[in-house]
Ligand binder design. Structure first.
Ligand code: NDP
Length: 346
């Protein structure tokens, strides 16, 4: 039987989501990749155990995580049942709805119909009565924001989630959401957005300043740029990496010229040279590149937690070592800013 490490709370730090009462571990584990029905269940289980033993208490899911969609929630539900029954009150679990999940007009977007039905389905797959945080996964231009927020309010007020969150909402829409949720008396804790050394859109958008002013937390996803900001690609593209797997999984879309997919084509010799430059800086700081990348996001204003992914337990152990050094002198920030500018011009 799994017994959690007794020293787990001496290892990481915990931070309140803005000025709310909810604390998150500064590192969170997400299950977008590597937790589906196509993946090795025992490896998934070991990753969750490793995370909890390291002090991670926040676990992130969405209705569509897999593949197949939904299977990450089913797998995590099994892990909870097998190993974490005694620890349910020591962890926060989140799910989301907002992207395509089932066919027809009610399986995508931001309607009340979709969000409430999807939350019910997620709870069934997870084997839970409630999730801690339920997010609207992305803004939906076809649905009035009031309707999506009212659905979140109902989910919280009916006890299916303890807190509400939003994801991928830029500053202007976040401001609207905050005002509506305040009026509806919904405990609103987080906006979940992409952010890393190479992707600073939401910082430039003013979102972190807004969250800071409003007392709401920010949890940042893909803080390693899907694995780019690690040692994975320092010498090219390993066959077991996400980029190589995406080449196969998204072969049809890539052949049609779809550009948003993280695949081996994006890892050019110029990019590899840049990553090696950043790796040299990380070594000077006494860190791995992945530790430096996570330390950097945690050093930015408004970031409550870095939401990482992993494909093996050792990744999680490595990342959790990053809190030893989260200070960035101006000279180091200048090197990182320069690398970001060069990356964007590649
Ligand atoms: P990351 O940027 O952290 O990338 C994770 C990948 O980096 C891993 O799969 C692994 O790649 C590699 N990696 C991680 N740690 C190490 C290490 N120590 N050494 C070497 N390589 C390492 O995050 P993700 O893109 O996976 O996103 C994290 C989570 O954020 C998701 O699981 C999900 O919960 C959430 N998310 C939310 C979205 C939203 O719209 N709200 C969208 C996307 C993600 P490899 O697999 O190649 O080994």
């Amino acid at each position: 039987m799994y017994q959690a490490d007794e020293k787990r709370y001496e290892k990481l730090k915990y931070q309140r989501c803005g000025r709310t009462g909810l604390k998150l571990s500064r590192i969170s584990l997400g299950m977008w990749h590597n937790f589906g029905s196509v993946d090795d269940f025992e490896n998934c289980r070991q990753m969750v155990r490793t995370a909890f033993d390291a002090g991670i208490t926040n676990f992130d899911l969405a209705n569509n995580y897999g593949p197949v969609p939904g299977s990450a929630e089913t797998n995590f539900g099994r892990i909870l049942q097998q190993d974490f029954k005694a620890y349910r009150d020591e962890i926060t679990i989140s799910s989301k709805a907002g992207y395509l999940m089932w066919p027809g007009p009610f399986g995508d977007g931001g309607s009340r119909k979709y969000l409430i039905a999807s939350c019910e389905q997620s709870l069934k797959r997870l084997g839970l009565d409630y999730v801690d945080i339920f997010y609207h996964h992305r803004p939906d231009a076809e649905t009035p924001i009031e309707e999506s927020m009212l659905a979140l309010a109902q989910i919280v007020h009916s006890g299916k989630a303890l807190y509400a969150g939003i994801s991928n909402y830029p500053a202007a829409e976040t401001k609207q959401a905050i005002a509506i949720l305040k009026e509806l008396k919904v405990p609103f804790v987080l906006n979940q957005i992409p952010f890393n050394m190479f992707n600073r859109f939401y910082e430039e958008d003013g979102l972190f300043d807004l969250l800071d002013t409003e007392g709401v937390g920010g949890i940042v996803f893909s803080p390693l740029a899907q694995g780019l900001l690690t040692d994975r690609y320092l010498h090219g593209v390993p066959t077991d990496s996400r980029a190589a797997k995406n080449d196969v999984f998204f072969a049809k879309q890539l052949s049609e010229g779809v550009n948003w997919i993280f695949c081996s084509k994006k890892i050019t010799p110029q990019v590899v040279a840049l990553l090696n430059k950043l790796n040299d800086l990380a070594k000077q700081r006494g860190q791995t590149l992945s530790q430096m990348a996570i330390a950097w996001v945690l050093s930015r204003r408004g970031v409550t937690s870095a939401l990482i992914g992993a494909s093996r337990p050792a990744h999680i152990t490595d990342i959790c070592g990053c809190l030893q050094n989260v200070e960035f002198p101006a000279a180091e920030n200048a090197v990182i800013d320069q690398a970001c500018a060069e990356y964007l011009s590649c």
